[in-house]
Design a protein around this ligand. Structure first.
Ligand code: PEP
Ligand code: MG
Length: 777
C-alpha cells in the first residue's frame, strides 16, 4: 500500500486489500491505520483508545470501498472518465463527475459488505440508532492538512436502508466535481485514491461547543471553553455568542466565566438534518456549564493534548449529563501570532498591531475612539474602545461606558489601570503610540491580560462582566490565616469587591470620590460648598462600609498629585510642579491645608457617630512620625477620640519603612505597604513612565529588604502589617510576603481569588515544613 504525500495533504492510495476487514471498530483503530480508515477515523480511534468518551462508531474501511469497485467492475469505467479530462472545462468536469457518481450509486454493494455494515449497526444498538455518516478520505484532520470537506457527510441517519444508502453516497462523493478538480490540481492519480466511511452515533447535544486545550495565542496552560445550548454547530458556525470559560490547569480552577446572551440554538429536525430555533427566555442568560463540567472537559482536553504532544482544538457535546468528545485536532495558531483561529470556528485575522502592559484583564472588541482632550469625551459611545494619552479622573464617566481602555502612557499603578480594574473593563497601558497608530473608527480587539491589541473583531469576545459573574469568588471555600482584603477606589465597585468574599478593605482611595466630580477640594472650599464635599465623601465611604459589615475598612485620606487636579474646576489654582509625584500630595498637603483635612475628618466623624466602628483611617505619604503625630493632634482638636479610633499609615516612602518602630511608638494601629510608591521612591523609577517601566521592580532586593525589616518590627510590636500596593496582587509576591510574616494582603478585585489561593498554598507549605522539621528532630 502507498501513501502519497503531496501538496500538504495525504490520500489513501492503491490498496493492498488482503488483510484488512471491511469494518473496523473505533477501539481497534490506531493512528497507523490511517490508510484504512482515513484521517477522521484514525483520529477518533486514537481518542477512543485513550479512554476519552467518544460516541460509539465503526468505520467502513477503504479496503471495503476497493472491494466494491472491483466486484462491481467499476474501476476502469470510472478511471477512464477522468483520464482525458480537462478539469478546467467546467461542463466536461461536471459531466464526468455525474457519470462517475452515477456508476457508484447504481452499482450493487457486495452482499458481504452490506451484511457486515448491517451487523455492525445492530451491534451499536438494538433499536435503530441515529447516526452520522462521514467520509474519511483525506488527511483533513492532520496538522499540516489544508484540504477538508471535499467529500460528503450525512447527519441524522436512521435505519439500515438509510445507512447503506448514505455509505454509498459517501463513496460516490469521492467523485464530486470539486473533489476531482482538487485532486487533479494537487497531482493525485484517481486510480490510487480510496475512501473510508465513519458511522458514528449522533449525539443530540443538549449543550455543546469547542475547547482549546491551551491558550490559543500564548500557549499558556489555560483551557478555553466555549459552550452554548443545542448542537455544537451553533458555536462552530458563529451563529450564537457562546458562554466562555477559562480553566487554569495549574490551579485546577475555573478562573473566568462569561455568560453570554444565547439567543439561538441548532437542534435536530426530526429525522432530517438540523434547524435553527430561538432559545427560550429562561435559558438565554443561564450558565451552560457547571464548574464540574468545565473541569472534566479540561481534563479530557489535557489527556488529548498530552497524547498528541500538541495543544488541541476539541469539539464536545453533553447529553443528559454525559460528556462526549466529538473531534480533536491540533491548534495551529500557538506560536503563530499572525493568524489565530477564532473560538467560534471562524477564521479571524488576529494580527497583533500594538503591545503595552496588560493592566486590567479581559478581552473586548470594538471601535477605536481617540480622546486627545477630556472635553471630547462626549464622543465616546457605549462599547467603544477608549484610546488616550492617559486617563484622568474626569474621564471616569466615559471610562464607565467603554468596552476597553488603551493608553500611551502609564504603568500597572496609573490612574487608568486602577480605575479599569475596578470597573472590570479590560485595559492596556503604556503602549507609547496607541493615539498615533490607531485610527478613529478602526476595529480592534484588546486583550487586557496579555497587553496585546489585535486588528479586527473577535466574534466570540463577550463583553467583560462584573467579577461577581466572572470569578466564583464568593463561593471560594478557602480560609486563610493571613487576611486577604480588597482595594476599592470607586464606590460602585463595592458590591463586586464584597462579592470576592474579602476579609475587609485594605485601601479605599477617597480622592476618586471627589475627583470624579470634576472639582478640586479647593474649589468646594473657595465656593463655600464644604457641606457638599463632606456629603460626597460621607455617602461614598458609607457605600463601601455597608458592603463590608463587621469587616475593617481602611479609608485613606486624600492623595492626588496636583497634576491630576489640573483639568478640573479649581484646577487653575493648583501649583505647577516639576515633579508632582514628589510634590504636594498626601499627608503633607493635608497638614498644610487644615480646611481640606478638616472636611475629610468631618465625614469620618459622622460615620463613626453612625456606628461604623469598622472604619479605620490611613495616612498616605508619611515620611516622619512627626507627621502622624501632627495629624492625630489635629483630629483630636476636631473632636475625634484618637485613642480609640483606628489610625494607621501607608509605608510608601523608604524613610517610613526604616523608621517604622518610631511610628509604632507614636501610636499607629497598623501599617500598609504602598509598594506603588515605595518602589518608585526606592529605585527612582517614575511609576507612570513607560520608558522605564521595565526597570520598575517590586522584587528588587532593596525594596524587599525594606519590607522584610518593617514586617519584623511590626510583628515584634504586634501591629497589623499589610500591603495595598499593586505588588500585593501578584501571587509570587503574596507568597513571599506570607513567608516573611505579613498579617494581611489587600489586592485588586480581579486578583483576590488567585491571591487567596497563593496565600493558602504558602501557609500550608509553612505548616508542612514545620511539621516535617519536628518529625526530623
Ligand atoms: C501605593 O503607593 O502603593 C498605593 C497603594 O497608593 P497609590 O497607588 O494610590 O499611590
Ligand atoms: Mg501611594
Amino acid at each position: 500500500m502507498i501513501i502519497i504525500k503531496q501538496g500538504g495533504g495525504e490520500i489513501i492510495c492503491g490498496a493492498s486489500m488482503k488483510d484488512v476487514p471491511n469494518i473496523l471498530w473505533l477501539e481497534e483503530i490506531r493512528k497507523e491505520d490511517i490508510i484504512s480508515v482515513g484521517g477522521k477515523g484514525a483520529s477518533l480511534g486514537e481518542m477512543a483508545s485513550l479512554g476519552l468518551p467518544v460516541p460509539r462508531a465503526f468505520v467502513v474501511t477503504a479496503q471495503a470501498f476497493r472491494r466494491f469497485l472491483v466486484e462491481a467492475d467499476l474501476e476502469e469505467k470510472i478511471f477512464t472518465l477522468s483520464d482525458q479530462l480537462d478539469v478546467e472545462d467546467n461542463a466536461a468536469l461536471e459531466k464526468a463527475a455525474d457519470a462517475a457518481k452515477s456508476l457508484v450509486m447504481k452499482a450493487k454493494m457486495p452482499a458481504a459488505i452490506r451484511d457486515e455494515i448491517k451487523k455492525a449497526y445492530k451491534k451499536m444498538s438494538k433499536s435503530d440508532l441515529i447516526v452520522a455518516v462521514r467520509s474519511s478520505a483525506t488527511a483533513e484532520d492532520l496538522p499540516d492538512a489544508s484540504f477538508a470537506g471535499q467529500q460528503e457527510t450525512y447527519l441524522n441517519i436512521k435505519g439500515e436502508a438509510a445507512l447503506l444508502l448514505a455509505v454509498q453516497k459517501c463513496w460516490a462523493s469521492l467523485y464530486g466535481a470539486r473533489a476531482i478538480y482538487y485532486r487533479a490540481k494537487q497531482g493525485f492519480d484517481d486510480r490510487t485514491v480510496n475512501i473510508a466511511v465513519v458511522v458514528q452515533q449522533l449525539v443530540h447535544s443538549e449543550k455543546a461547543g469547542v475547547m482549546f486545550t491551551s491558550h490559543p495565542i500564548t500557549g499558556e496552560p489555560q483551557t478555553i471553553i466555549e459552550g452554548s445550548w443545542g448542537l455544537g454547530e451553533a458555536v462552530v458556525s458563529g451563529s450564537v455568542s457562546p458562554d466562555n470559560y477559562v480553566f487554569d490547569q495549574r490551579r485546577e480552577l475555573v478562573i473566568d466565566r462569561r455568560i453570554a446572551n444565547k439567543k439561538v440554538e441548532i437542534i435536530a429536525d426530526g429525522d432530517h438534518g438540523t434547524k435553527l430555533v430561538d432559545v427560550d427566555s429562561a435559558r438565554q442568560d443561564a450558565q451552560v456549564l457547571s464548574d464540574e463540567e468545565v473541569a472534566k472537559l479540561a481534563m479530557y482536553g489535557k489527556i488529548a493534548e498530552d497524547h498528541y504532544g500538541i495543544p488541541q482544538d476539541v469539539e464536545w457535546g453533553i447529553v443528559a449529563g454525559t460528556i462526549y468528545i466529538l473531534q480533536s485536532r491540533p491548534i495551529t495558531t500557538i506560536g503563530n501570532k499572525k493568524e489565530a483561529k477564532g473560538m467560534s470556528g471562524q477564521k479571524q485575522d488576529a494580527k497583533i498591531i500594538l503591545q503595552g502592559q496588560g493592566a486590567a484583564p479581559g478581552i473586548a472588541s470594538g471601535k477605536v475612539v481617540i480622546i486627545r482632550d477630556v472635553k471630547d469625551t462626549g464622543a465616546v459611545k457605549e462599547g467603544d474602545i477608549l484610546v488616550t494619552r492617559m486617563t484622568s479622573p474626569d474621564m471616569v464617566p466615559a471610562m464607565r461606558k467603554v468596552a476597553a481602555i488603551v493608553t500611551d502612557e502609564g504603568g500597572m499603578t496609573c490612574h487608568a489601570a486602577i480605575v479599569s480594574r475596578e470597573l472590570g473593563t479590560p485595559a492596556i497601558v503604556g503602549t507609547k503610540t496607541a493615539t498615533q497608530l490607531l485610527k478613529n473608527g478602526q476595529l480592534i480587539t484588546v486583550d487586557g491580560e496579555r497587553g496585546l491589541i489585535y486588528e479586527g473583531i473577535f466574534e466570540s469576545s463577550a463583553p467583560a462582566k462584573p467579577a461577581t459573574q466572572q470569578g466564583g469568588f464568593s463561593n471560594a471555600p478557602i480560609i486563610t490565616a493571613t487576611s486577604v482584603k480588597v482595594n476599592v477606589s470607586i464606590p460602585e465597585a463595592a458590591t463586586r469587591a464584597a462579592a470576592t468574599g474579602a476579609d475587609g478593605v485594605g485601601l479605599l482611595r477617597i480622592e476618586h470620590l471627589i475627583l470624579g466630580l470634576s472639582k478640586t477640594p479647593g474649589w468646594f472650599i473657595a465656593n463655600h460648598k464644604e457641606e457638599d464635599f463632606v456629603k460626597e465623601l460621607h455617602e461614598g465611604i458609607k457605600i463601601v462600609l455597608d458592603a463590608f459589615p463587621g469587616k475593617s475598612v481602611w479609608v485613606r485620606t486624600l492623595d492626588a498629585p496636583t497634576d491630576e487636579f489640573r483639568n478640573m474646576a479649581g484646577g487653575e489654582n493648583e501649583p505647577i510642579e516639576h515633579n508632582p509625584m514628589l510634590g504636594w500630595r498626601g499627608i503633607r498637603r493635608d497638614l498644610q491645608s487644615p480646611d481640606q483635612f478638616r472636611l475629610q475628618v468631618e465625614a469620618f466623624k459622622r460615620l463613626w457617630k453612625e456606628g461604623y466602628e469598622n472604619l479605620g483611617v490611613m495616612f498616605p505619604m508619611v515620611s516622619h512620625p512627626d507627621q502622624f503625630t501632627a495629624a492625630k493632634e489635629m483630629m483630636r482638636g476636631w473632636g475625634v477620640n484618637v485613642e480609640t479610633a483606628t489610625l494607621g499609615i501607608m509605608i510608601e516612602i523608604p524613610s517610613s519603612a526604616i523608621m517604622v518602630e518610631d511610628f509604632i511608638k507614636a501610636g499607629i494601629n497598623f501599617a500598609s505597604f504602598g509598594t506603588n510608591d515605595l518602589v518608585q521612591y526606592t529605585l527612582a523609577i517614575d511609576r507612570n513612565n513607560e520608558n522605564v517601566a521595565d526597570m520598575y521592580a517590586p522584587q528588587h532586593p532593596a525594596v524587599l529588604s525594606l519590607i522584610h525589616n518593617a514586617i519584623q518590627t511590626c510583628r515584634a510590636y504586634n501591629i497589623e502589617c499589610s500591603i495595598c500596593g499593586q505588588a500585593g496582587s501578584d501571587p509570587k509576591m503574596a507568597s513571599w510576603l506570607v513567608e516573611h510574616g505579613i498579617t494581611s494582603i489587600s489586592a485588586n478585585i480581579d486578583a483576590i481569588a488567585k491571591i487567596r489561593e497563593a496565600v493558602a498554598r504558602t501557609e500550608k507549605r509553612i505548616i508542612l515544613e514545620a511539621a516535617r522539621n519536628c518529625d526530623a528532630e
